[in-house]
Design a protein. Structure first.
Length: 134
């Protein structure tokens, strides 16, 4: 007696089940476990504060995760304090994201007038968003 059973069918069922479990895990389970290391909450704060004509910059950080969650394209990155000083002398509203430790060091060393707007933790690192105006 002959059965018309596809011998590949169990393989496809197992592969599809594994694929859907992988998608479910990466979409729902891992973000819940890893929510305190995610840059998403800080990025949401930044989106609520920084509006379109304002400029956003990073000082001393890569910030790829913040860039991803905010969706901002023209983010300026600074590595030197002199460049940050020139940026903060702009007549427009400008913002800069940096580590809290770096912010305290720059605050001691320079006389740049900047104002902390918000701060948050991403993983074990503290970040602060500063502005040139209140």
């Amino acid at each position: 007696y002959s059965r018309n059973i596809n011998p590949e069918r169990p393989f496809y069922i197992i592969a599809a089940t594994m694929f859907f479990l992988f998608l479910y895990g990466t979409t729902f389970i891992f973000p819940q476990i890893n929510q305190f290391k995610s840059a998403r909450p800080l990025s949401r704060k930044i989106i609520n504060i920084v509006k379109m004509p304002d400029k956003l910059s990073f000082f001393g950080i890569e910030g790829a995760d913040i860039n991803f969650y905010t969706g901002f394209i023209n983010i300026i990155r600074f590595l030197r304090v002199e460049d940050l000083k020139r940026f903060f002398q702009s007549p427009d509203q400008v913002f800069c994201l940096m580590r809290l430790k770096t912010f305290k060091e720059i605050q001691k060393e320079t006389n740049i007038s900047f104002y902390p707007v918000t701060s948050d933790k991403v993983g074990r690192r503290d970040y602060v968003l500063i502005a040139n105006r209140q």
